[in-house]
Design a binder for this molecule. Structure first.
Ligand SMILES: Cc1cc2nc3c(=O)[nH]c(=O)nc-3n(C[C@H](O)[C@H](O)[C@H](O)COP(=O)(O)OP(=O)(O)OC[C@H]3O[C@@H](n4cnc5c(N)ncnc54)[C@H](O)[C@@H]3O)c2cc1C
Length: 352
């Protein structure tokens, strides 16, 4: 390893140049495994590079570890890898060099060459003891275990932000993981309420309107956040009614009501209450990294994102992060997540 280069990276970095990184550098990597402090491993699983999250960023990190010939393990809470790619049912049109590809094809590329025995599916990481370099997990069988690591790569992505109102668990109420392009046709002739005013909310409203649905878009603030591409088209579409400054307070089921669901809301400037009978509600108010379990020992921004330096290092020794979890909402894209996953893994293995 090029020691000058390593020192220059550490010195350049505002994030990773903290005391821990300088006074307790990790020992160099060997192809036979990563050296590090002794960690009790009795009865515990162990990985040199432990990757939390099997979305595009985590898979790219794993592919990179595979290429570098180091031992790694992915822990993924879902029953299969792919992250948000599993929710994507339209062509990916902004992936340079692969424009028009499907999410399934991209996922196949990312998984290609990964060994299944290095995947822990259905395991959720719930906490960590970073001093002893281990994380706590709940396995798919509901067991609580710990896994020790030499380097930890957090590729936890983002998950739909819940609307803070009662009724989210009613049948017909969906979050941002619900694919409207896949299900739009089922809503032909029906009424759907979309909560949110960003790109995905307005894009979803247009998809539903084109499939013959009547759509109400309820947006809390005084303007839509969506790009004109979606916002202007939605405003011009007679099947889409946009209500700004409108705050949802509850969703309830009412026997006999048209469609069976009622969305209750009020108009902020006037206080006027509205009730909208509908067949379905789709909440698309944004996504946040699921980083609650990291608060208290790792820097976490108020919006849940994890600060890293340009090389994917957090302030904590041996802990790296990548993908949607480190990027504000406007920058969350596949190509970014995959590139960051590769870089975080290369930094973890080759730099410190
Ligand atoms: C419908 C839709 C369409 C999209 N279309 C495009 C597009 O056309 N072009 C584009 O560039 N981007 C698109 N995106 C965005 C893109 O999918 C994301 O930027 C990308 O998936 C981010 O990858 P990631 O690995 O960082 O996070 P994610 O894909 O969110 O993966 C994170 C993974 O970590 C797991 N995880 C989280 N916490 C834990 C834990 N504690 N323990 C274990 N596992 C955990 C999650 O289960 C998840 O599988 C789209 C997103 C959606 C939802």
């Amino acid at each position: 390893m090029d020691t000058d280069w390593t020192h220059r990276l550490l010195a350049d970095s505002s994030i990773a140049g903290g005391t821990a990184a300088v006074t307790d550098p990790l020992r160099p990597v060997t192809r036979d495994g990563l050296d590090g402090p002794d960690v009790p491993v009795d009865g515990m699983d162990r990985a040199d590079i432990l990757i939390v999250g099997g979305g595009p960023a985590g898979l790219a990190a794993a592919r990179t570890c595979e290429g570098l010939g180091v031992n790694y393990q992915i822990i993924e809470a879902a029953p299969e890898v792919g992250g948000q790619l599993l929710w994507t049912h339209t062509a990916i049109d902004d992936y340079l060099g692969l424009s028009g590809t499907s999410a399934t094809a991209l996922l196949d590329h990312l998984k290609d060459g990964l060994k299944p025995d290095w995947l822990r599916l259905g395991w959720r990481v719930t906490g960590a003891d970073p001093e002893r370099r281990r994380v706590f997990v709940t396995t798919s069988a509901g067991e609580r275990r710990s896994v020790s690591y030499q380097r930890l790569i957090l590729a936890i992505g983002a998950r739909p932000r819940p609307l803070p109102v009662p009724g989210l668990d009613l049948p017909g109420v969906h979050d941002a993981s619900f694919s409207l392009s896949r299900h739009a046709i089922e809503f032909a002739g029906r009424t759907v309420v979309i909560v949110g005013g960003g790109d995905r909310a307005l894009e979803g409203a247009l998809t539903l309107a084109r499939a013959g649905a009547r759509v109400h878009v309820l947006q809390r603030s005084a303007r839509l956040r969506a790009r004109p591409l979606f916002a202007d088209a939605a405003m011009a579409n007679r099947s889409v009614q946009v209500a700004l400054d409108t705050v949802v307070t509850a969703i309830r089921c009412e026997v006999g009501a048209a469609g069976g669901l009622i969305v209750e809301a009020f108009h902020q400037p006037t206080g006027q209450e509205v009730q909208i009978p509908c067949d379905a509600v789709v909440v698309r108010i944004g996504m946040d990294p699921p980083s609650e379990w990291l608060r208290g020992w790792l820097d976490v921004e108020p919006d849940g994102t994890l600060p890293v330096d340009g090389w994917g290092r957090t302030r904590h020794l041996a802990v790296y992060a990548c993908g949607d979890a480190v990027v504000p909402a406007f920058g969350r894209r596949l190509q970014t997540a995959i590139g960051q996953g590769m870089l975080a893994a290369r930094t973890a293995v080759m730099v410190r």
